[in-house]
Write a protein that binds this ligand. Structure first.
Ligand code: PLP
Length: 414
């Protein structure tokens, strides 16, 4: 049996992961987040909540998602390693969360939060969205449970993401344009927080990633941890041992923390996140690598690594994948980075684009551009671990949504 080490149960009572997290909110928001925390503790202690969750995860989301041996990709990196005079490459497995209903991992979290909202007797749901993926997942669960849904979205993003805006409308949601600031994700999140304070009594705010004030980073992590729990059991069944590394892309960090968390106490398992390196990590900030290219600060109710100027102005960020261009990262990742338990690499737009095409041709799977960033680093890790090594990479979304972006980047007119 692999060694498991005692691991502190974080966040602490104040919602802190070491120096990160917390609840930096206005006085008016404090009762709401405290109320949410009470309701969440109550749900955690109730077996009926867990049973309800697992029924919907199975029959509506389509879980468990398979753990798939990416044999041709493994052969590809093995050949490269041999040509370089190395012994070979590790086996690569994909955790196939792209097969979920709505095509990504976001539904795991939205389902958990709407069931919590129903327990709390809330009758209206709000959410923020950037690329529209979280908006679509939220609109989906709202349709399923018959709750009205308002999605705050930057006016700039509405213009850029028309298909997702239409999807949300088909699902019955109202998409409310936000024109403040740069009219993108950060501004949409501020506006959603403002609406929440104004409509305390009936409204539940479904946050889309493992960020925001405590207890959001914790509850989003818990709802996404189904990914890592399944993966851990599946690899033990297939290989009879734990993997040497688990890898995932990092936007706000929800799919990554969901995969990492059940492995945190397993000392032998390396946790590797891959941030969006955009056009390169330098002072132009044309990337979304908050850990590799940002500094700690406070945004959206928590302290974490952020893309910011010398004088603390939060920056937009850039990535070829709309789902990765959040200017921060979940606070638990900031902590895992600082204590050295997890490692954060990055991949550029071009590297992600190349990995997208490689995966399509070798495995017959169009990955979303977000996990294509993790795919872009998986070969390096496979070579480093060498033959006999085992990697699980979270294929957290499917690439159908990205074919126009990919065509554009390749200079193809559709
Ligand atoms: C939204 C999204 C992401 C980024 O969000 P995380 O919270 O970092 O997981 C990554 N991949 C896909 C497919 C997404 O839709």
């Amino acid at each position: 049996m692999d060694a498991r080490r005692n691991w502190p149960d974080l966040p602490d009572a104040n919602g802190r992961f070491g120096a990160y997290g917390g609840r930096f909110v206005a006085e008016t928001l404090m009762p709401l987040v405290l109320d949410l925390e009470r309701a969440y503790r109550d749900a955690q202690a109730d077996p009926a909540f867990a049973a309800q969750m697992s029924d919907f995860l199975r029959d509506y989301v389509g879980r468990p998602s398979p753990l798939y041996f990416a044999e041709r990709l493994t052969e590809h990196f093995t050949k490269i390693a041999e040509a370089e005079g190395l012994g070979g490459a590790a086996k690569i497995y994909f955790k196939r969360d792209e097969l979920n209903h709505t095509g990504a991992h976001k539904i795991n979290n939205c389902l958990g939060q709407i069931l919590l909202a129903l327990r709390m007797g809330k009758t209206r749901i709000i959410a923020e969205t950037g690329a529209g993926q979280h908006g679509v997942a939220t609109a989906t669960v709202c349709a399923r449970f018959g709750l009205p849904c308002t999605v705050f979205m930057g006016a700039t993003d509405i213009e850029r993401q028309k298909p997702n805006v239409f999807r949300m409308k088909l699902l019955g949601a109202e998409v409310r344009p936000v024109t403040s600031g740069a009219a993108t994700l950060k501004d949409a999140m501020n506006e959603a927080l403002r609406d929440w304070v104004t409509n305390v009594d009936n409204t539940f705010y479904i946050i889309g990633t493992a960020a925001g004030p405590h207890p959001y980073p914790e509850l989003v992590r818990d709802f996404q941890s189904v990914i890592g729990r399944e993966a851990r059991a599946q690899i033990l069944e297939k290989e009879g041992r734990l993997p040497d590394a688990v890898m995932a892309c990092i936007g706000g960090g929800s799919n990554a923390i969901g995969l990492f968390h059940p492995f945190i106490a397993d000392e032998s398992v390396r946790l590797i996140g891959v941030e969006a390196g955009g056009r390169g990590i330098d002072e132009r900030f044309e990337h979304s690598a908050a850990i590799n290219g940002g500094r700690p600060g406070v945004l959206h109710g928590n302290r974490t690594y952020l893309l910011q100027t010398e004088d603390g102005q939060i920056l937009e960020g850039h990535s070829i994948s709309a789902g990765l261009d959040y200017p921060g990262v979940g606070p638990e990742h900031a902590y895992l980075n600082d204590i050295g338990r997890a490692q954060y690499l990055s991949a550029t737009d071009d590297e992600a684009l190349a990995a997208f095409q490689l995966c399509a041709r070798l495995e017959g799977i169009l990955p979303a551009l977000e996990p294509s960033h993790a795919l872009a680093r998986v070969g390096d890790v496979a070579k480093e671990l060498g033959p006999g090594g085992l990697i699980i990479m979270n294929l957290c979304g499917r690439g159908d949504k990205d074919v126009f972006t990919v065509a554009d980047s390749l200079g193809v007119t559709l």
